[in-house]
Ligand binder design. Structure first.
Ligand SMILES: [Zn+2]
Length: 306
């Protein structure tokens, strides 16, 4: 059986934790999914109209996290770290049941999701993987921010830059090749906020579950978390993690090259909506090992696909 076929989780796993913004305690169960069904969310606290598909077009809010809604207005929020873990691990099909509206934040990174999925393992199906290949460049410019996507041969490259006035965060830039690089640092990087913004967030009804256990808090030149940073580029690496999760809302793995400066959930969503507006911007193909270029067969390079 080809390692380039679709995969699901071997057995159901349950993860419990608090939601970053709602503060609700949530129990989340990741169940195996049938080939070609993709990732589907189900709200078990509701009796009907409770399935929500993570799609670029179902994104209903991008304020500090990504929220998706179905046609009945039923939501699931803060899906991006979980989806990034699934993207990187190559988990293509799963039914995710939640008894509340927000995915648990865990430690603020994708680490716990990765550890739990890996400890259960993946099952390979007999259906080939599907990819979206970018054929034309698309650019979204907003004031000093931008995100753009270009063609690439077989890779998904993400080149991200952040610029903060805060001297400790400052300007950070990093580039990853999602199917080839070791993404441990990206997956382990936590969400962050400035100490002076906490009051504003709480007044806006956000970050009710936020604490030093699930976010890096920066006050001037100081990090308030005892453990400090997990890696030198943790801030920008977390933005790359968010970007991977948001890209998974395309439905399939992407082949393209992304460059972003000071973007986030909203800009990534705008970019993907623009890409999918015009069919000549992309193509969809199935990977058959026989038809792959020689360089792509090198499975040691295919960490996430394989
Ligand atoms: Zn995030």
């Amino acid at each position: 059986m080809s390692v380039l076929n679709q995969k699901t989780i071997k057995q159901s796993i349950t993860i419990k934790g608090v939601g970053l913004h709602t503060g609700f305690m949530t129990s989340m169960k990741i169940n195996p999914g049938e080939p070609n069904t993709g990732i589907i969310f189900k709200r078990t606290d509701l009796k009907k109209n409770n399935y929500i598909v993570p799609s670029v077009f179902n994104v209903s809010d991008t304020t500090l996290c990504t929220t998706i809604s179905n046609e009945f207005g039923v939501k699931v929020s803060t899906i991006e770290h979980l989806l990034a873990a699934m993207y990187v691990l190559g988990l293509d099909n799963a039914l995710i049941e939640l008894d509340s509206q927000e995915v648990p934040i865990m430690d603020g990174s994708a680490k716990n999701f990765v550890d739990m999925i890996m400890s259960t393992g993946l099952e390979v199906s007999d259906m080939p993987l599907k990819f979206i290949k970018i054929e034309k460049s698309v650019l979204i410019n907003k004031d000093s921010k931008f995100i753009k996507i270009d063609k690439s041969n077989i890779t998904l490259d993400i080149d991200f830059e952040i610029k903060y006035k805060n001297p400790l965060i400052g300007t950070q830039q990093n580039k990853v090749s999602v199917y080839q690089d070791d993404l441990t640092d990206t997956l382990n990087s936590r969400t962050f906020c400035l100490y002076e913004d906490i009051d504003k967030l709480k007044k806006a009804g956000l970050a009710k579950g936020g604490s030093l256990d699930n976010a890096i808090v920066v006050k001037d030149k100081e990090i308030l978390n005892d453990e400090g940073l997990r890696n030198d580029l943790e801030f920008v690496n977390h933005k790359i993690l968010d970007c991977i999760g948001d890209i998974y809302l395309s439905g399939y793995k992407l082949i393209g090259s992304i460059k972003c400066s000071q973007g986030g959930h909203s800009l990534t969503n705008e970019l993907l909506r623009e890409v999918f507006k015009d069919k000549s911007n992309f193509s969809i193909f199935e990977v058959k090992e026989k038809s792959l270029p020689h360089s792509f067969i090198n499975k040691s390079l295919l960490k996430s696909i394989a």
